[in-house]
Design a protein around this ligand. Structure first.
Ligand SMILES: [Zn+2]
Length: 429
């Protein structure tokens, strides 16, 4: 929605800041009322798309003012322009005037794409009358109680009594937001027979179901002004792949531009800086043979070129070549990819399984002195921590202590200078 105000609103509220606070409070109250009435976040939520002062001199009559908002060409052009620029579906003018003929009014009970206008007096907007929420609901088609407004079926406000022992005699009178109000205040609910207030239904089946009415028209109102979805492009893939295997990637493109088709230019890089274009693939799917050495990471990106001449490039994704990829299938054929596959290190863990935050001891027995790395990987193959990296280690037993904070399956892996690995599975409970 867009919300306009006038010089008089600023005068009455005392400052521009106070006007903005009033508008934010009014929207928050409306959304709370929706939640209270079992209209959840994904069904209907009011958002402020724009807030702007309108060059508009208020009259003493709210009826006259809403009519001018609709019929005065100059004013209507400004309001409609604001709607178009900000994709605002409905418009509320928050007026400073304490009108003689009403606290709030709409140009028409909605949904009406041509004139979704309301005027609300700021003095009543966020009081116990919930006039702002009341008028906004009118713009979605909600109506007063059927005894006051007999048009429609379920879209009516509700009045009931709570807290009484002799039914309907001594209880306090409660009215939902769409019920008319001669005195007192309303509860922050739209009528809904499935929702209870102080143990009493807040609606009547088939007649006082404002909440269901609001849900049913939410899509219609929210499509008055379409929000333009900018084109987005991203790559989906398994983030690891077996050494030497083909990694498969797909481009996902979202666009609101109808009728445009796309070709894709795929690029790969071993360092994320220097890129090579692959000329073989030009569709949304891409395949790449991963390096046969473990822990090698390849970077990928793609550019979608539209038939209308537009283009967009995805962000960069990477895939690592590792034998521990659960997503790619945990068993890789190329567990060792060097001719010299003699095991140069033996790793064992005490105790295994272990508990979270318990000190465990990793025993690395080195059979041939040389450079080694010791890494802990998560079940997914993602590196959790490095205990040492490419460090010269002598023959013999070497002990390392470590704690793991979260339960799960981990892999303790020693890698030698030739890239040969030995891995122990660790269960943390
Ligand atoms: Zn009303």
């Amino acid at each position: 929605m867009s919300c306009s105000f006038t010089d008089n609103t600023v005068n009455v509220e005392g400052s521009l800041n106070a006007v903005e606070n009033r508008i934010n409070l009014a929207i928050a109250q409306t959304n709370t009322a929706l939640l209270n009435s079992n209209v959840d976040d994904c069904e209907l939520r009011i958002e402020l798309a724009a807030i702007e002062k309108l060059n508009f001199t208020e009259s003493f009559s709210i009826f006259d003012d809403v009519t001018r908002l609709r019929d005065n060409t100059t004013i209507n052009d400004i309001v409609e322009n604001l709607r178009n620029v900000h994709d605002a579906d409905i418009v509320v003018l928050l007026a400073g005037e304490n009108y003689f003929d009403g606290f709030g009014i709409v140009s028409d009970i909605g949904p009406n794409e041509e004139e979704p206008y309301a005027v609300v007096s700021t003095g009543a907007a966020t009081t116990g009358r919930y006039t702002f929420a009341h008028e906004v609901a009118h713009l979605f088609g909600a109506r007063h109680e059927e005894t006051n407004d007999n048009i429609g079926r379920i879209e009516h406000g509700h009045e009931f009594k709570t807290g009484n022992f002799l039914p309907c005699v001594f209880g306090s009178k409660q009215r939902t937001i769409m019920h008319t109000l001669d005195e007192g205040s309303r509860i922050q609910h739209f009528s809904n027979p499935s929702v209870y207030y102080d143990g009493t239904k807040t609606g009547k089946d088939g007649i006082r179901e404002n909440a269901n009415k609001l849900k049913s028209t939410a899509c219609t109102v929210s499509s008055f002004k379409q929000t333009f979805i900018p084109t987005s492009l991203y790559i989906v893939n398994d983030n690891c792949s077996c050494p030497c295997d083909d990694a498969s990637l797909s481009a996902v493109i979202n666009t609101s531009t109808a009728g445009v088709s796309f070709t894709f230019e795929w690029e790969y890089s071993i360092d994320g800086i220097n890129w090579t274009v692959d000329n073989y693939f030009n569709g949304a799917s891409f395949s790449y043979q991963m390096p046969c050495t473990e822990d090698n990471t390849i970077f990928f990106r793609t550019t979608a070129i539209g038939s209308d001449g537009t283009s967009i490039t995805s962000s960069t994704e990477s895939i690592t070549s590792t034998i521990l990829c659960q997503a790619a299938g945990s068993t890789c054929a190329q567990e060792r990819n060097s001719l010299d596959n003699k095991l140069d290190a033996i790793v064992s863990i005490t105790s295994n399984p272990t508990h979270t935050n318990q000190l465990l001891e990793i025993d690395v027995e080195i059979l041939k002195e040389g450079n080694y790395s010791l890494n802990i990987l998560k079940e997914s193959g993602v590196l959790q921590s490095t205990i040492f990296k490419n460090t010269f280690i002598e023959r013999g037993h070497h002990y390392y202590n470590h704690k793991i904070a979260h339960p799960g399956i981990y892999f303790i892996r020693v890698t030698d200078g030739d890239g040969i690995t030995t891995t122990e599975k660790l269960l943390v409970i």
